[in-house]
Design a protein around this ligand. Structure first.
Ligand code: CIZ
Ligand code: SF4
Length: 301
């Protein structure tokens, strides 16, 4: 049955001249049929060199918006447009405008986990892979960081010369990791390295052997001499880590680190999306142009 769907997706993909991009947190079967899998920075870069007319983006809404912002002439499809990001919804254009009025001299640095409208009001974007690099390139000494307080704090700790105003947003999925839970796992796997995403709480970051973005986890696991890794990020990441490092062992830092929004996209929905050419993601002007400027500033870093 699943094989049937996989074949039908392949046939429609050809007919529609489409390509499928999937985020590292997607379901294993979705990652397996995707043409490319990556974090949001990788997917953004990949999308710019695609020759196909249609991109099916398997991820959450802000990722599909970024793809549309970078590729306005292509059709960008989301297999299910209900896949949102609760953290992205923790900041709105109205709230950001008020924060800018409160700190008029500050630059606005915006995690890509945000809406197109919020990006349009920001000076520069960043991802979890390039946050420190982006912040060190800013000439302003004061930064409003939105929306993730934990990624913001991670960057601020490495930039002692700059003053950060951290927005109190957070990722519900990354809140499930705890020091107590990790201490228990460490008893069971004493040689394992603890690998932590910077969206995790600071007390969890403090006990990490490595803090990094999802794609950096792949490189770290490949290059480390260790054979076991306790992974503190969304569970979908384990699939790619195991696939690309078959001789190493990856242990979830919590069995509950599941992002429901990342799991809405199924093979059935991808097939529906290609069949019907829905749901199309649009970002109107002038929002697109303004958001593009903050994304391009990031991509040039
Ligand atoms: O930037 C991304 O793709 C996210 C949301 C996580 C990560 O660190 O890769
Ligand atoms: Fe948003 Fe967290 Fe889900 Fe990523 S894992 S999409 S940050 S809620």
């Amino acid at each position: 049955m699943q094989q049937d769907i996989v074949q039908q997706i392949a046939a429609f993909k050809k007919e529609r001249n489409a390509i499928i991009l999937a985020h590292n947190y997607q379901l294993p079967e979705v990652q397996d049929i995707a043409d490319r899998v990556g974090d949001s920075l990788e997917l953004a870069r990949i999308s710019r060199s695609i020759v196909q007319d249609t991109i099916v983006l398997c991820g959450v809404l802000f990722m599909a918006e970024i793809t549309k912002i970078l590729n306005p002439d292509k059709t960008i499809l989301m297999p299910d447009r209900h896949a949102g990001c609760p953290m992205a919804n923790m900041i709105t254009p109205q709230l950001l405008s008020a924060a800018k009025q409160e700190h008029p001299g500050a630059a606005v640095m915006c995690y890509v986990n945000s809406s197109a409208e919020v990006k349009a009001l920001s000076d520069i974007c960043c991802t979890s892979a390039n946050g420190v690099k982006v912040a060190s390139g800013l000439h302003e000494n004061e930064i409003i960081f939105i929306p993730d307080q934990y990624l913001g704090a991670y960057i601020a700790q490495r930039m002692p010369g700059k003053k950060f105003h951290l927005w109190p947003g957070y990722c519900p999925t990354h809140m499930v990791f705890s020091r107590e839970g990790l201490a228990r796992l460490k008893q069971e796997y004493p040689d394992a390295r603890i690998v932590v995403h910077p969206e995790c709480r600071l007390d969890v970051q403090e006990i990490a052997d490595q803090i990094c973005s999802t794609s950096q986890m792949i490189t770290y696991a490949q290059q480390s001499e260790a054979n076991q890794f306790i992974i503190c990020t969304e569970l979908g990441m384990l699939h790619r880590l195991k696939k690309e490092n078959p001789s190493k062992e990856f242990i979830p830092g919590s069995p509950n680190a599941l992002c429901p929004n990342m799991k809405i996209t199924t093979l059935e929905r991808i097939l529906w999306s290609l069949e019907r050419m829905e749901s199309r993601v649009e970002v109107g002007e002038p929002t697109r142009g303004k958001a593009l400027a903050s994304i391009e500033r990031m991509l040039s870093v």
